[in-house]
Design a protein around this ligand. Sequence first.
Ligand code: MTE
Ligand code: MOS
Length: 754
Amino acid sequence: MNLRDVELHAQGASQFTDDLLLPEGSLAVFPVVSTIAHGMIERIDTASALACSGVVAVFTAADIPGINQIGNVAADEVLLAETEVVYQGQPIALVVAETVDMARQAAASVVIDYRPLPAVFDARTADKMGLHIAPRRLFSFGDIEAAWGQCDLIVEGSAATGAQEHMYLETQNAIAFPLENNGLKVLSATQSPGSTQRIIARVLGLPMHAVEVDVLRLGGGFGGKEEQATAFAVMAALAAHRLQRIVKISLRRDEDCRMTGKRHPYDADFKIGLDRSGKILAYRADFFQNAGAVADLSPPILERSLFHACNSYFIPNMQVSAVSCRTHLPPNTAFRGFGGPQGMYVLECAIFKAAETMGVDAGRIQQINLMQEDRYFYYGMQARRCMATACWQEAESRFGLQDRRKEIDAFNAAHQLEKKGIAIMPVCFGISFTSTFLNQADALVHVYGDGSVSVSCGAVEMGQGVKQKIAKVVAAVFGLDEQRVKVESTNTTRIANMSPTAASTGADLNGQAARLAALQIQQRLIELAAAQLGVEASELTFEREGVYRQGKATELSWNKLVNLAYMSRTALSAEAHYATPELFFDRDKAQGQPFAYHVYGCAAVEITVDCLRGRYRIDSVKIVHDDGQPLDVMVDRGQVEGGVVQGLGWMTLEEVVFDETGRLLTDNLTAYKIPDMHFAPAIDVHFLESATNPPGLMHSKAVGEPPLMYGIAAYFALCKAIRAFNPGWQPDFHAPMTPEKMLLALHQKQHPDA
Ligand code: MTE
Ligand code: MOS
């Protein structure tokens, strides 16, 4: 049996790194972390830790054989702090002991003297102080200065979005096994086995071929294990390498929350200009990204905020800029949407404010400004097969949105203490890594003598069903049942130089590579079958586990043919490389073709507010989504639903709170609320019919991230309900709208001069 991941999960039979039984004598490592946000280390005293029972070793930066540097995009992140600490939770030393509890206890007894320095936690303050990860970047289009003069209405304001905790079910972990010749095998819960391997090799001073990283699956990543799993894998590897013992690391939930970064909080100033009809003539936004203490992935995340600042709209004159600000928080990192949601939110705030000023529904402005076929995005790419209006119109008619608006107005007029709101969120998301070189993948396909198939590729399974999709793609090439294709663990010895599974490209890139590899074997087998049957190769196809000639079964079954191939010494393995064609981007000019294609969609979110208590309920989310020709409708439906709920959480319940010393207060699920079964609304997902996507894998479209942004509508639906109750209230556009903020907003008195 070759059960799919979903089936294994449902049976509780899927394995995670933490489930593995380790041999006796295996050790645990645990980091000693900074208890202050910023300061100089004056003294590290490990004597008391070494005296604790079960402790085998304590390592500091001085014990690192290679380079103490784990930065990927920028070389600005040490594995273990040497002189300066820059956030609470930053690793300084490692304690290795017989059990994780012993290591944890001993780590707490390490004495570190600090000389504290001033710390900054907010992006605008850091910007004023000149604390930047990267200088301000600018994307511009048209002539914005001239355009302001033509506007009938100009609205300005500011907006902000909060951090978001990934809350993957499986916390960060890794196990390192020492091998002969100084080598290591590391099982890591990472989205980036390739860079994990590279960085372990760097820190240990080993060639990359000495380090094998293997990933079976993750219990969720959501971007939080794209960069941030690396440090933990390196810790286990360093300890295993030094001690020549098996070493495991595994964090508790609260530790994971405190040590790892989150979605970047953003601040922004905006200015939008429209004509009388609601056409947007000019838009300007300046973003401040709170990067935390080191670069991590902040620069590319910042870039994606700029790419998506205009969301699904065409605006003829644009100027958007963004700066990455260095603060003394744990390094913020990738999170589903990768900066896109933060960019899109601000434009929605601008549209909402303009609509309020004009006395029209925001939906009207949204609709008439949607991107149109063949128009250019402000970064120089042409909109091809643009589905923005198709999705909008389908949502309007399918879900009867005009009527819903009227019904909601009637409800609000009839109810004093309960108010409803509805808001629409169109989404347009570019697919490809914006760092062009990452858009490549390799795959290795074996057909075994019994006809079963094994696929290795760079895709990491983290719940998004990528293995199921890739198995389908390869099975289709061979005319086999999906069950006969196994997609193996993601392993750096089988696949070299792999890109992270991120940017929603996992299935696209790795599926293309797997398909190309399978097609090579298919070609060899077809030629063999043609010779055997004495017919033309072009007449033959693989279907239903057999060779078909002009639609009819021949005597050759798949199994027979494979056996024949083996006996006649025909190669049954193939490797292939795929690189997304036609991508380029000139970073200085901010112009090019950064994406293979765009994903479009449109969602309506309806909410009800209990105006006495400030409680609210998300009643429904109705979505029309352009998924191309889905590889797996059920998987994609799951991706849309999960993404939306995560977006709703970001806009409503999820509030990351640090105290004034930079200590995380929301390090558990009592303090940090995420959507649960009771919160999750009814979600109606309709995939746009007869959609195609020539640049995609078998006409499919990537689906992992775009749906998160539908959740943004919840914020504006809530704003509308508040205004129905408290007409004088002005939104401050600081998301999330927690129930506490909601209660204050509902009962906030208007200033007499307002
Ligand atoms: N779905 C599940 N169940 N778990 C996850 O961790 N990560 C999301 C998305 N969907 C994630 C998920 C993120 S951030 C990305 S980039 C994509 O899946 C990555 O997978 P893909 O490229 O195969 O779509
Ligand atoms: Mo996803 S944020 O690109 O891992």
